[in-house]
Design a protein around this ligand. Structure first.
Ligand code: ZN
Length: 314
């Protein structure tokens, strides 16, 4: 049994930049690269296994043809998607549906609950997280009247912050933010407001106001994440969230650290530093920007080095 190292897929976005190259050393397709789909089985950009006997296979195919690696799951699709986002400019204000709305209205897609670990951001950065409308009528009225400053709730962010963003939450990353996103495997976004921006051809991007207003949670529910930190030998484990969709942790490794996992498959993303993963007499290189999955039954392993990883499982 081997770890599955994955080759990311990159997406051009009008709000993207070059941080994915500058910070992570990725070869990006354009100077407006907004998203790295790092661990993805979504049909809009599946990652490819880079090593071992499954090399060259996409993650969705692996999920279908080798369910034993994932504990013979019931779900038809690989449920998670890990991305790194370079918000070089403000993203459009948006909201995502939950599972039942997406199932009915988006050809059986999953809903999209997501969460963000702020890898880096400019000083005094903020983001849009929720709204101030007390009722659906007020929400509709303020959207129709374009009262964005009144409606949208802004929160300050700093590197190391974590935000849980349930489906139905109006949100937007703002300029100068580099984020690791763990989300349900879904690509359904309802755009609420795009700052009246025009693309190179002078076109406005589509808005999806009807659906957005339908799925938005009113009033906004404030979700505060209180990370729980636990020392485990040379590793510090921070638990950010354990929800019905995913659990997300940060491992800060400084020196040889032992781990053992059998019941879950784990998604690992190295966001800082480097190290080695030792398992069953083999060792594997971990460096900033590396993404991998440890299959169910992987068992005991060690990580040695100086690195930070974001780790998730269902
Ligand atoms: Zn989103």
């Amino acid at each position: 049994m081997q770890p599955l190292f994955l080759k990311p897929v990159f997406k051009e976005r009008i709000w993207g930049g070059t941080a994915l190259q500058n910070e992570f050393g990725y070869e990006i397709p354009t100077r407006n690269t907004g998203e790295c789909w790092a661990i993805s089985a979504h049909s809009n950009g599946p990652s490819i296994v880079e090593n071992g006997s499954f090399a060259g296979m996409t993650l969705d195919k692996l999920w279908r043809e080798h369910p034993e690696l994932f504990g013979n799951p019931k779900g038809a699709v690989f449920p998670l998607l890990t991305k790194i986002l370079d918000a070089n400019m403000d993203l459009s204000v948006q909201v995502h549906p939950d599972d039942s709305f997406a199932m009915l209205n988006e050809n059986g897609e999953l809903g999209k609950t997501e969460c963000w670990y702020i890898i880096d951001c400019k000083e005094d950065a903020d983001m849009i997280f929720g709204h101030n409308a007390a009722s659906k009528e007020e929400l509709v009225e303020q959207i129709n009247d374009g009262k964005w400053d009144e409606l949208l709730r802004r929160v300050k962010i700093k590197p190391g912050d974590f935000f849980y963003v349930p489906s139905g939450t109006i949100h937007a990353l703002c300029e100068g933010t580099l984020v690791l996103e763990t989300q349900q495997s879904s690509d359904t976004t309802y755009r609420v407001y795009d700052y009246d921006r025009r693309d190179a051809e002078g076109n406005l991007r589509d808005l999806h106001l009807e659906k957005a207003m339908e799925v938005t949670t009113v009033p906004h529910k404030v979700t505060v994440s209180t990370p729980v930190v636990k020392e485990q030998g040379n590793a510090r484990i921070t638990t950010f969230v354990e929800s019905e969709f995913f659990s997300v942790y940060k491992w800060d490794v400084s020196g040889k650290s032992a781990f053992s996992f059998n019941n879950h498959y784990l998604l690992l993303s190295v966001i800082k530093g480097e190290g080695l993963l030792f398992h069953a007499g083999e060792h594997y290189e971990l460096k900033k920007g590396t993404h991998l999955i440890l299959p169910v039954g992987f068992g005991e392993f060690e990580v040695d080095g100086d690195c930070e990883l974001i780790v998730s499982h269902t």
